[in-house]
Ligand binder design. Structure first.
Ligand SMILES: [Mg+2]
Length: 372
């Protein structure tokens, strides 16, 4: 089997306004200018991928992703056997620096082809399932307390038993928001906070201490990813686990965070890591270091969410049972662009039990949301 061509499809899918995420440091996420890819083969298998990229996360968008795929990655891939995923990923890793979400789109499409060719879901090719489903948590936007409480009540009604609240905007407002959410959901729902790097070193530990009154059990990316040593200082001052998110893209980042003692849990994405296998490798390293992983989100559409479910189904180092994953992207959209939606419901995510990533695009919806 050989790759014949790679098609790139820019889409811009609005996020339901009532669920748009506002967070510290990074601003608001109101629409997703993502890139879909189709890797075509001479055997007729088509691999699907999604670059769930936003400029504020990784400096990539649908234009840069299409550019690097069409001009740098496709020339390395056309004519190659798509099921040699590890070798091909090594080749294109060396042709373009960074651009992890772009590379992930191609890598997941190669897995999709490998699974379709083998007649197996991708998670079976990754070592088989380690869980029956993936526990997930909701993410409450950094809005006014009353609105945050309303969103949190909605999430509980959807079936979520865990959630995090966006903080890092201003300390008093952050405390008011978390207080309102805890009052709304009662004592039994697991609750954490995600500052998206929005607190300064001076306020992070103090604010987390104030938030502990509301029974929070983790603090995600309390300070900027610019200086990993700062997060290590915060971690020493607080009594709950620190989750690194913006600070970790690569295996090398994981090594630095471990060496500096900067985090207890790593939030890994297929996109940030540059693919399913690089993300799995981080989880394995993390497990060896005695730490845990969870799966974070950049509000992936259907294809990107499917890749995350296969990773989490097959990876022991992802401790979704204690740190539920953010595989919730499809909730945010009127359409996830899939012909048949994934079995992702409140508190639980599952892959489709079909070959490959187990998803097909709804071409009419793709046309509707195609970016010009
Ligand atoms: Mg985060």
């Amino acid at each position: 089997m050989k790759i014949t061509r790679i098609e790139t499809i820019p889409v811009n899918v609005p996020i339901k306004p009532e669920l748009a995420i506002r967070s510290g440091r990074g601003g608001s996420h109101t629409a997703s200018p993502f890139l879909l890819v189709k890797v075509h083969t001479d055997d007729g298998f088509v691999g699907l991928g999604e670059a769930s990229c936003t400029p504020r996360w990784s400096g990539e968008d649908q234009v840069s992703a299409a550019h690097f795929i069409n001009h740098y990655l496709a020339p390395k891939l056309v004519g190659e056997n798509p099921i040699e995923v590890e070798r091909l990923a090594g080749t294109f890793r060396l042709s373009v620096a960074g651009n992890f979400f772009t590379k992930a789109a191609i890598e997941m499409a190669l897995w999709d082809i490998a699974g379709k060719a083998a007649g197996k879901p991708v998670y079976e090719l990754l070592g088989g399932k380690v869980r029956e489903f993936i526990p997930t948590k909701w993410s409450v936007s950094g809005v006014e307390p009353e609105r945050a409480a309303e969103i949190a009540r909605w999430a509980v009604a959807q079936g979520f038993r865990a959630m995090k609240v966006k903080v890092g905007i201003n300390p008093d407002g952050d405390v008011a928001r978390v207080r309102a959410v805890r009052a709304a959901i009662g004592p039994d729902i697991k609750l954490g906070v995600d500052a998206n790097g929005g607190w300064s070193l001076a306020v992070a530990a103090k604010t987390i201490e104030r938030l502990c009154e509301f029974g929070i059990y983790f603090a995600e990316q309390p300070v900027s990813p610019d200086d990993v040593a700062e997060m290590a200082l915060v971690r020493k001052q607080i009594g709950i686990p620190v989750i690194a998110d913006e600070s970790i893209y690569t295996l090398q980042d994981a090594k630095t965070l471990v060496q500096l003692g900067a985090a207890d849990v790593f939030s890994i994405y297929v996109g940030k890591a540059g693919g399913i296998l690089p993300a799995k490798r981080i989880a394995e390293f993390t497990e060896a270091a005695g730490l845990k992983c969870t799966v974070g989100s950049n509000l992936e559409l259907g294809v990107g969410s499917a890749a995350m479910t296969h990773l989490a189904m097959a990876t022991r180092g992802i401790d979704a049972e204690h740190f539920p994953c953010d595989i919730i992207g499809p909730f945010f959209y009127e359409h996830d662009l899939l012909a048949e939606s994934l079995p992702i419901v409140g508190g639980q995510a599952r892959p489709n039990l079909k070959p490959g990533l187990g998803v097909e695009l709804d071409e009419a919806k793709v046309d509707q949301f195609r970016a010009t």
